[in-house]
Design a protein around this ligand. Structure first.
Ligand SMILES: Nc1ncnc2c1ncn2[C@@H]1O[C@H](COP(=O)(O)OP(=O)(O)OP(=O)(O)O)[C@@H](O)[C@H]1O
Length: 371
């Protein structure tokens, strides 16, 4: 029987390098594919694409697999970056890495791999796929500290049925050990952080180039104007640094100290930014949320029941109840009620639902309430 052909996304990072090696060990016919999703223009200071390609190609050479490069910069701009800008312009805080998986890594990439004659695709994500009868399930990685299912929650049955995640079963420490044992040229490379096209560059300066912005008042909950914001798009809920009221001592604790200020609300219609003093201010806590753009891995919506959720990556799962009847306001698709109030639930971010280790899918946070 001929070997199954797997096209794996090789980013030049340690994870996808080790994943490619594992697939080869497992007997697959492995081909690496390096994607370029962002044109460098004048960004070369912050963009490591050239070095990443060199790393991916040298790893492919060491483990003995073919590799090629493909440019999805146009698709990325149309399907991910345009949405990212629209969301920021509307005062929300989007998560482009979620959309990148749904539209680029598991759509444009998948289509391209199929044209190359692949049976399956693979990435170095930390997550697992399990077949359960006719259905494919997305599970958290065994290494919960690295689990990336949050970013993969918009994948569907067709995508999951053709995907392998070789790293889902092993801890990150073992991945590093394998890279060292094989003397991979990138064994000591740092993990990438942040949104891929922004990288390490100053965020506000980057957004400035693409968005129109209008300064407006910064107010406290009682309506007092305490400053001016530079444009609502440049702030996110729960933000503490960069508000520019650090020295403001208007509200003191009984002991004379003053707590930090946080962004708590954006009123887009009034172009007003509300800030509150103290990490646990009631305006920063939500007991319910509404979400839209629901996407369910099993194709159908889960039954309303007690589940757990993450309203941001790297957050411990929180107990909640899924409810559809509570959602009909606006375009909301579902509502959640949390057992314990959640801090800085942020419109535009993904909310992802879990039943134990099984990721059920999720939606985009539309609004939240304190009551
Ligand atoms: N430029 C790229 N070309 C091809 N595949 C990519 C690229 N960027 C990411 N991927 C794939 O998506 C997976 C997850 O991407 P992410 O940016 O989260 O990388 P990571 O966890 O730092 O992994 P790595 O160490 O492989 O870069 C990677 O392991 C890889 O398979």
């Amino acid at each position: 029987m001929s070997k199954k052909k797997v096209v794996i996304g090789m980013s030049g990072g340690v994870d996808s390098s080790v994943a490619a090696w594992m697939l080869k060990e497992q007997g697959y016919d492995v081909v690496g594919l390096f994607m370029k999703n962002w044109e460098d223009d004048d960004d070369s200071e912050y963009c490591s694409t050239r070095q990443d390609w060199i790393d991916a190609a040298s790893v492919a050479d060491v483990i003995g697999v073919d590799i090629e490069a493909v440019n999805f910069a146009a698709e990325y701009k149309d399907r991910v970056f345009a949405d990212f800008l629209r969301e920021y312009q509307a005062g929300r805080t989007p998560n482009p890495d979620v959309l990148c998986n749904a539209e680029i890594k598991f759509k444009a990439f998948l289509d391209h791999a199929m044209h190359l004659g692949a049976d399956l695709i693979a990435t170095g994500h930390y997550a697992r796929v399990r077949q359960n009868g006719e259905k494919f399930e997305l599970l958290k990685a065994v290494d919960h500290t690295k689990d990336q299912s949050y970013f993969l929650h918009r994948l569907n049955q067709s995508q999951l049925s053709r995907t392998l995640f070789p790293l889902g079963e092993i801890p990150k420490t073992e991945v590093r050990q394998i890279a060292e044992k094989l003397a991979l040229p990138n064994a000591a490379k740092k993990d990438s952080t942040g949104i891929c096209f922004i990288g390490e560059r100053p965020f506000r300066e980057f957004l400035n180039r693409y968005l129109s912005y209008k300064p407006g008042p910064m107010k406290t909950p009682d309506g007092k104007v305490v400053g001016e914001h530079v444009g609502l798009s440049f702030y996110t809920l729960g933000q503490r640094k960069g508000i520019g009221v650090g020295g403001m001592k208007a509200y003191k604790n009984p002991d004379g100290s003053s707590d930090a200020w946080y962004v708590a609300r954006k009123d887009v219609a009034e172009n007003t930014l509300y800030i509150v003093q103290g990490h646990d201010h009631p305006w920063l806590l939500s007991s319910t949320l509404r979400a839209d753009q629901a996407s369910w891995i099993a194709s159908e919506a889960p039954s309303p029941r007690a589940l757990s959720a993450k309203t941001r990556y790297r957050q411990a799962d929180v107990a909640c109840t899924l409810d559809y009847d509570a959602a009909p306001e606006g375009d909301s698709d579902f509502a959640l009620r949390f057992m314990e109030a959640q801090w800085a639930v942020t419109p535009g971010q993904s909310v992802v639902l879990y039943d134990g280790d099984v990721c059920l899918g999720g939606g985009i946070i539309d609004s939240s309430t304190t009551s």
